[in-house]
Design a protein around this ligand. Structure first.
Ligand code: ZN
Length: 370
């Protein structure tokens, strides 16, 4: 991956409200990223413009640059951010300039058919609620645009720092979704496959949902340690033992009530099906970016009659959910900032992106400070 920087004069400013252009970190075609100057966006009547204060790089930003949504020219990357409201449209009622806000990674339309059916993240097509760095510019810029601001932003409580709140945009929401979808009985047994940021928050979510035994599966020591701090009782290192066999042994041969797939690999998905007991639930929140098919192991799925449910979902958006997630941090139940292994200024986002893309230096989550 090559990094390009465009040298352009910074627009002279009289006052910040008169700045007309901003710096943005963009995808410049397949496998290429760099900084450009762009106009500061303007809001429609229901929208807001947010001045970015903190952002997080996501593994999926790397997927995008490597072609997950095809080639794009100068598409601003990033979908996890918090900031200060800079400007609101005439119909926005809940927010005013100066408010400190969290913005969801997924910003649904809310009035579309899928939302009416209760699937707001999907909007008018599968994954249609995903707009940042997909169908419009993302949040790796000094300012970014938020559609339907009243529904897609949340006020950040005074007690919650930006450094923590920014995790609610995607990581808490997606990880907790894994635990929510997994239908965990109080005291039940759970296996979490892959302990990246989503798996770590799925682990924390499983504990919040009342799991009695949480088994985390990963080989990276730093992630294992974090998983224990978020509630994993036992770690299975798949590089040292067969995870299916290990989980069967740990559960007296019964398997787990719930398995959470937080990686996005066919093998891991199959293992999740294998370790789940009859009547249990396999919750998939991993992004499956390769191959034409996922394989369900036929016998382990009880020849199609084991009452094992396979469910999946995309990070839910919405103000009400974000307010709940922020409350979890406010009350001290989960501290997501332990996942911040690296911090970079916005001007060094190129270096941070490279490090995240290559997963260098034990990186879990890089925080970008604006
Ligand atoms: Zn993300």
């Amino acid at each position: 991956m090559s990094v390009e920087t465009i040298e352009r004069p910074i627009t002279p400013t009289v006052a910040s409200s008169h700045v007309s252009t901003m710096k943005a970190f963009v995808m410049k075609g397949l496998d290429r990223v760099g900084f450009v100057e762009k106009p500061i966006p303007v809001p429609g009547p229901f929208d807001a413009i947010v001045k970015t204060t903190r952002a997080l790089i996501c593994t999926s930003d790397g997927h995008t640059v490597h072609g997950a949504i095809g080639p794009r020219d100068d598409l601003t990357l990033g979908h996890e951010a918090v900031g200060i409201v800079h400007e609101v449209g005439s119909m926005v009622t809940r927010f005013s300039p100066g408010d400190r806000v969290l913005v969801g990674a997924i910003t649904p339309d809310w009035l579309d058919e899928a939302s009416q059916r209760g699937h707001s993240s999907q909007s008018n097509q599968p994954l249609g609620g995903w707009k940042f760095a997909n169908i419009k510019d993302g949040v790796f810029a000094e300012y970014f645009h938020v559609n339907l601001a009243d529904a897609n932003m949340a006020h950040i409580p005074d007690e919650v720092a930006d450094d923590a709140a920014v995790y609610c945009a995607d990581m808490l929401s997606t990880g907790f979704l894994g635990a929510e979808l997994a239908n965990i009985p109080i005291g039940g047994t759970v296996a979490v496959f892959a302990l990246g940021p989503v798996g770590l928050m799925a682990t924390a979510g499983a504990r919040l949902r009342g799991a009695g035994l949480i088994i985390g599966v990963d080989s990276v020591p730093q992630r294992q340690t974090l998983a224990r701090s978020y509630g994993a009782d036992i770690i299975v290192d798949f590089s040292k033992e067969d995870p299916v066999e290990a989980i069967q042994n740990l559960t007296g041969g019964q398997g787990v009530d719930s398995a959470i797939e937080a990686l996005g690999s066919d093998l891991t998905f199959q293992n999740a099906v294998k370790v789940t007991k009859a009547g249990g639930t396999i919750a998939n929140v991993g992004y499956h970016g390769h191959g034409d098919f996922l394989h369900i192991p036929r016998l382990d799925w009880g020849v199609g009659m084991s009452e094992k449910s396979i469910v999946n979902g995309l990070c839910p958006g919405g103000r009400v959910r974000m307010e709940r997630l922020l409350r979890i941090i406010q009350s001290g139940r989960v501290d997501p900032t332990r996942m911040t292994t690296h911090t970079f200024p916005f001007t060094h986002l190129d270096a941070a992106f490279e490090m995240m893309d290559q997963k260098l230096d034990g990186i879990v989550k890089p925080l970008i400070v604006f």
